[in-house]
Structure formats: structure tokens, C-alpha cells
Design a protein around this ligand. Sequence first.
Ligand SMILES: *[C@@H]1O[C@H](CO)[C@@H](O)[C@H](O)[C@H]1NC(C)=O
Ligand SMILES: *[C@@H]1O[C@H](CO)[C@@H](O)[C@H](O)[C@H]1NC(C)=O
Ligand SMILES: *[C@@H]1O[C@H](CO)[C@@H](O)[C@H](O)[C@H]1NC(C)=O
Length: 448
Amino acid sequence: MATINSGNKTTRSHSHHHTSFTRVHHFAALALVAATFFLTRLFDHSIAHCSNAYHYTTPDETVRSRGYANLKIYVYEKDEIDGLQLLLSGRDGKISADACVKGQWGTQVKIHRLLLQSTYRTRKKEEADLFFVPSYVKCVRMMGGLNDKEINQTYVKVLSQMPYFRLSGGRNHIFVFPSGAGAHLFKSWATYINRSIILTPEGDRTDKRDISAFNTWKDIIIPGNIDDGMTINNPRLVDPLPLSRRKYLANYLGRAQGKIGLLRLIELAKEYPDKLESPVLKFSGPEKLGKRDYFLHLRNAKFCLAPRGESSWTLRFYESFFVECVPVILSDQVELPFQDVVDYSQISIKWPSTRIGKELLDYLESISDNEIEEMIARGRRVRCLWVYDTELESCSAFSGILGELQKKVRQFHQSAETFWLHNGSLVSRDLVEFSKWKPPMPMALILW
Ligand SMILES: *[C@@H]1O[C@H](CO)[C@@H](O)[C@H](O)[C@H]1NC(C)=O
Ligand SMILES: *[C@@H]1O[C@H](CO)[C@@H](O)[C@H](O)[C@H]1NC(C)=O
Ligand SMILES: *[C@@H]1O[C@H](CO)[C@@H](O)[C@H](O)[C@H]1NC(C)=O
């Protein structure tokens, strides 16, 4: 990474040519996709050079050009590990993946499905770089399929049956936690998966918990699941309006939830009703706002305000790109996905949540339509990164995730309870060879 981001790129890249090679090639992927100036500093000699060399050794253009060609991910099968089925469909096995794929937490199902069909999937554990542990617990819990205690116990039971998890201390295992709670859905996450790779839209949940489960350096922020009607289906649920036909300067679509920032926004909308739309919307019950109506509201402003709600991430931020309003983040702790390739200052605004007031409206009003159009046009070119579509799309949420996962690949993963001998044999503390490790393994021995 340093080779790419450092100031004197050219010199460093040349001297580190060989080592930077593997780290650089995944960039070529997204570079090919969105060859635009705001997709960062990709267009460096060294990268073009490396990716050419890479093509030379791997002639399969379509796949190789994406740059994570060597990535091999093993996906645990639901019948292979006792208990895994519970995490996917609840204690009665009644919760279906199709029910869980809808709504803002659908990523837990979509990522699993994409991996199952993926050319990067391997069925051989011995050759896997990374291991994916499927689980739909957010949905299962919401639908009453498991309670917190059962979720915790089931995870521990499942992990104790995975020798490869134990071998690396979980360092090469991937989990998806699709909601604001992040990995906290698994109560004892800190004991068991604090070394694992967590995919989550949530970078911070410090309002209700003392510690954030998200770790900048090992975890991956993923985009929230936007309704397929706005991203994939054709015709779309709702098309963007020309700027001149939008009724409002800005909008905020959501409830107050007793949060200070949100209350302030609602007050502000009452004071300036012709500038800021904040309708009283019902998100449940008989008058529940339909999906289409929601997007009809959202598209009617130049700026869509995305404040912190229960937690720091907000789906509205991603949705904004599909109705083509400029998202204004009012969530100070937010963490955004794919920062290796996206420069968010070119496509959105982040404003201090402590300065929600007339000052904000005045500022937004001072931005010319021309500037707004430019931001929207740039957003249009990156928004493919928020779409969970087939792997064949060279720019998609999945390609972004694969690119990030590629960076986690290591030649070797050590753990405090794994040892190795002169001849390459991996052994436990009792000098038992890895091939003889028999589950369930004593999880308490994973001392971090
Ligand atoms: C989670 O389960 C493990 C194993 O059963 C147990 O030791 C731990 O105390 C549980 N954590 C919580 C928070 O209940
Ligand atoms: C998780 O691991 C990190 C080290 O990577 C450590 O600093 C942190 O305290 C751990 N978190 C918890 C909750 O144990
Ligand atoms: C490696 O050496 C150990 C200790 O001498 C032995 O028990 C083990 O079988 C050897 N492993 C292999 C793969 O030869």
C-alpha cells in the first residue's frame, strides 16, 4: 500500500516493483472499470506496468484483469458443521434465505450466494486463502429463529468444529454482520473472532456499547443493501428528476428516534418547510410508506441528508446515488467502503453533526447547480460499487469486496496456539499434527 500512496510514488514503486506487484494488481481491476480521475491515484506508471506484466502471465483477460485471480475462498457447507444450519435458518429450520435476502440486511445472503457461484470459490480447504462462514443471524434473530444466548452458543459450537479456524486463530475466516450492531450480534465475539475478517456496513457502534467491534485494519466496510428495484431491475422503481424540477433544497426521510441530531433536523424542517422536506413517514403499520413512495420523496431534493440514526451507517447514503441527490453525511463516526478506490469528497458532503441548523441550509444553498450536477455525474460513475449483482459485473459491491479480501491474503497465518517444526509440520501445543486435530476443539485455549 505504501508503494501506492506515498508521495514519491515513481521511485518507490520502481524499487519495490516485485513486492508491490501482487498488492497492486487488484487495483488494476477497478481501474479498468472506472477509469476516472476521482477514483484516486491509480494511474501511476507502476500500476500500468504491473498489470501488463500480470496479463502477460495470465492470458485469461476477463477474469485476470480484475486482479484477484489467485484468490481462493472456501465456503463452509451448511451440513458440514454441526450447528451451522441453525445460524442460517433458525432452531426450527423454518427461516428461508429468500425471506432474508430482502431489506437492508440482505447482504448476509447476497454475499453468501455470490461466493457460492464464484469462480474464486475453492472446494479444497488445503488450498484456500480464506474461509467464509455463512450465517444469516441478523435475519434469524429478527424472525425469532434464535435468541441472543442461542446465537452466542451456536457460534462457539460451530467454531470449535473448524480445525482451520483454530489453525489461524480465525485470522483467515470471514464473517458478515450486516446491521448496525456489527459483530456484537455474537455476544462473545471479542473472545472468539477478534482476529477474524468482519464484513459490515457499520464502522462504529459506540453509542450503546463500550467498544466498537470494527477494526479499521482488518475488517471491511460493505455497502448496505439497496432495494433491487433501484439498482438491478429494469425499468427502475423510480427515475431521477432533473435538478430544475426538484421541489426542495434538501430532505431528511426518517424518524426522530429520540436522537438529538435527528430532532434538530425535524425542527429545522418545521422552520424552513420550503427548503427542507422532512415528512412524517410511517415505516410500519397500515399506513406504512411503500418502497416506491419512499424513493419518490427522496428524489425530490438536490441534497439528501444522511444523519446518524441508531448507529453511524445509513442506507440513505447509498440510496442517494440512485435517485441522484448529493448525500450529505451528518454522522461524524461514519466509515465508508472501498476507500482504496473512491474519493468521497468528490461525490458527497460530510458536515459536522454538531452544526445542524440554518448554517447548513445556507451552505447548501450557496452551491451552484453546476457544481451539484458535477458531483452527481461523478456519483453516477461509482455507484456500481454499491450494487450486489453477479460476479460478472466488473464494477459491483462484490468486485469491491473481492479486491479488499485479496489484500488480506497471507502466505501464512500464525496463532498463539499453533506451532511448526523443521519439516513444515504444523502442530498444536501438545505436538499433535494438524491433520490429526479432531473437533470439537477446546476453544478456551485460544488465548489472544
Ligand atoms: C457465549 O458462549 C460461550 C460458550 O458457551 C460461553 O462461555 C460465554 O459465556 C457466552 N457468552 C455470553 C455473553 O453469554
Ligand atoms: C481485539 O484485538 C485487538 C488487537 O488486535 C485488541 O487491541 C483489542 O483490545 C481486542 N478487543 C477486545 C474487545 O478484546
Ligand atoms: C516432521 O517431524 C516430526 C518430528 O520429527 C514428525 O513427527 C513428523 O511426522 C514430521 N512430519 C512430516 C510431514 O514428515
